[in-house]
Design a protein around this ligand. Structure first.
Ligand code: 8ID
Ligand code: ZN
Ligand code: ZN
Length: 349
């Protein structure tokens, strides 16, 4: 039985805070499904959305969240490929036009008219959330919905970013922001792909997490006197990383990475600090033949593959579970850079 009202975290004005209150349960349109969300991860993107950090208009009032795992409880008459009772996930790309060049070539995150969960449409910080049937990720029923929630953005995004880095098994990848939500996942996917990991983050709690996740070296950016030479020294031949994955919510690493990437190295920008620029010295970029690129979530197949890595037991990133009510506290910790791994919100029953 689907109720009329439900609990949600609603951001009513730019800057927040989120208000825990009762709102109506939405009704799915013809091409949509309604999920009873069980768990939702909290991504730093949700904090950027509340703050209005990006040059992309955000819906207000807003129910954030885009790592929602739950059960399909209703569907529109055109919603195919997904059945009531299925376990499914709502990710950042809630929907796309399915007709443009990008959608037709499986580059749907680049669609010019997307619906973005917890940004341009309401997301998963509520008990019942809507997703386009074509874009929800079907989840195997034997997997725990709390553990799998962070795969829907963090896991998917770093998995895609690692593919975009072109790093090969045996090569070294530097992960910047390695102790955060995306970073913890990145270490696990990198390891599963046979890469060697140099983790960069700040503080001893992040060090513990990175060591447990199998990084070969941890470099503390708050303590290192020469980050560039420390990263290079941590690679087996001292030449630097074959690829760098930038996940930090700070501008400096985006300007520094070219210095510790090895010749022919690839730098993948994924983190999106407000008002930041990727800046690199032209001389070094040229003579080292460096590639600098962005990577933005992943397509539907990437999502299925990212889930499959999890299903095979290869991904064990740390997370803490708290009730939906505690979102404001999670945002505070996140703002202070104090979260090692991910927080996952449990919806009220
Ligand atoms: O598709 C995409 N490109 C995409 C998808 C999902 C998320 C992009 N993102 C973006 C988010 O919007 C955010 O900007 O990736 C960024 C990281 O998201 P997150 O992992 O959810 O954030 P977090 O858990 O707060 O982790 C950030 C980590 O960066 C570290 C912090 O200590 C934290 O562990 N960090 C910072 I802040 N400054 C650093 C520095 N200078 C740093 N680590 C190393 N060097
Ligand atoms: Zn996200
Ligand atoms: Zn499109």
């Amino acid at each position: 039985q689907i109720p009329e009202k439900q609990w949600a975290q609603v951001v009513e004005k730019k800057g927040g805070p989120p208000i825990y209150k009762e709102i109506p349960v939405p009704k799915p349109g013809p091409d949509e499904v309604l999920l009873k969300i069980k768990y939702s991860g909290v991504c730093h993107t949700d904090l950027h959305a509340m703050k209005g950090d990006w040059p992309l208009p955000v819906k207000m009032p807003l129910v954030g969240g885009h790592e929602g795992a739950g059960i399909v409880v209703a569907k529109g008459e055109l919603a195919s490929g997904v059945e009531i009772g299925d376990h499914a996930g709502i990710k950042w790309l809630n929907g796309s036009c399915l007709a443009c060049e990008y959608c037709k070539t499986a580059d749907e995150p680049l669609c010019a008219t997307p619906q973005l969960s917890g940004y341009t449409v309401d997301g998963t910080f509520q008990q019942y959330a809507i997703g386009k049937a074509a874009h929800v990720t079907i989840l195997p029923k034997d997997l725990p919905l709390d553990g799998i929630a962070p795969i829907l953005c963090a896991g998917l995004t770093v998995y895609k970013g690692l593919k975009e880095s072109n790093a090969r098994p045996g090569q070294t990848i530097a992960i910047v922001g390695a102790g955060g939500g995306l970073g913890a996942m990145a270490q696990q996917y990198a390891k599963a792909m046979g890469l060697r990991v140099v983790a960069i983050d700040g503080g001893d709690e992040k060090r513990d997490v990175c060591e447990k996740l199998g990084s070969e070296a941890y470099i503390d950016f708050t303590k290192s006197k020469d980050l560039v030479s420390d990263v290079k020294a941590a690679t087996p031949d001292g030449l630097g990383a074959h690829a760098v994955i930038l996940l930090a919510v700070a501008e400096k690493p985006f300007q520094q990475a070219v210095e510790y990437a090895r010749p022919r190295g690839t730098i993948v920008a994924i983190g999106m600090p407000a008002n930041a620029f990727v800046k690199a010295p032209v001389f070094e970029t040229v003579v080292k033949m460096i590639t600098i690129k962005g990577s933005y979530v992943g397509n539907r197949q990437d999502a299925a593959e990212a889930v499959d890595f999890y299903a095979r037991g290869l991904i064990k990133a740390p997370f803490k579970t708290v009730p939906l009510e505690e979102l404001p506290r999670v945002f505070e910790l996140m703002d202070q850079g104090k979260i090692a791994g991910r927080y996952v919100l449990k919806m009220p029953e």
